[in-house]
Design a protein around this ligand. Structure first.
Ligand code: SF4
Length: 236
């Protein structure tokens, strides 16, 4: 089986964002990303400066660790990163499915993989202008194509400012049938700095007010629940 580059495996905890918010899950955070978002909150899984902290693990060893953390109780495994689409999770998904585990993956939609079609949930999270990245929509379309057969596919966009909001509206027009989740972004990514819950609530209220004023009723608006509960701490 293939070896996987893993930044951390942790849980069980709850999913803090997107379509599966609140769902018990174990996270597999992969090492490495083809993006460098200006506000990335997972640099320890992105920046090669942290490469020495990543483990090269056999698929079987990742599976053993998932079973240990979940005490053998099937739950949802969340593949996160970094960009998990750089690597081959097909064998892990196949192993987990034999024991009733479900698999969700979040990726920016820059790299398509055949195993997307085996997922229970694929969250495609294209990055808005504030990320200072450029979305390749042809690559995004290829991800959608690869995900045919997945249980569900949704789009999630993090919004930091008016430009991101306008961009999200265009992205929504491009994919009118894709369920859409919007959430305000968190600019404080330092794990040692306490987050201000009121500031997070104010950002969400700003987003609610904007969408309601525009009569834009198709997206679901969510907070980053994990930031509210745990701030920017890792491994929770
Ligand atoms: Fe960080 Fe995600 Fe951007 Fe990669 S795509 S740099 S993990 S925010």
């Amino acid at each position: 089986m293939s070896r996987l580059r893993i930044a951390e495996i942790f849980g069980p905890t709850i999913q803090g964002e997107g379509a599966l918010i609140g769902e018990p899950t174990v996270f597999v955070r992969t090492g490495g990303c083809d993006y460098r978002c200006a506000w990335c909150d997972s640099l320890h899984a992105v920046d090669t400066e942290f490469r020495h902290t990543w483990a090269a693990m056999e698929t079987q060893d990742v599976w053993t660790e998932l079973q240990r953390l979940s005490k053998g109780n099937p739950l949802t495994v969340s593949l996160s990163g970094g960009n998990p689409a750089i690597q081959d999770f097909g064998p892990l998904i196949a192993l987990g499915h034999t024991q009733g585990y479900r698999f969700a993956c979040e990726t920016q939609g820059s790299i398509a993989k055949p195993w997307f079609g085996d997922l229970d949930t694929l969250v495609l999270s294209p990055k808005p202008p504030s990320s200072q990245q450029t979305v390749d929509w042809a690559a995004f379309d290829a991800c959608l194509e690869a995900a045919q057969g997945a249980g569900s596919v949704v789009m999630k966009i993090v919004i930091f400012d008016d430009a991101d909001y306008a961009w999200a509206r265009k992205a929504a027009d491009r994919y009118p049938t894709l369920p859409l989740y919007l959430q305000p972004g968190n600019l404080e990514v330092d794990p040692t700095v306490a987050v201000d819950p009121q500031a997070l609530a104010d950002k969400l209220l700003w987003l609610v007010d904007k969408t309601m004023a525009d009569n834009w009723f198709t997206p679901r608006l969510l907070p980053q629940l994990h930031v509210l509960l745990w701030g920017n701490k890792r491994g929770v």
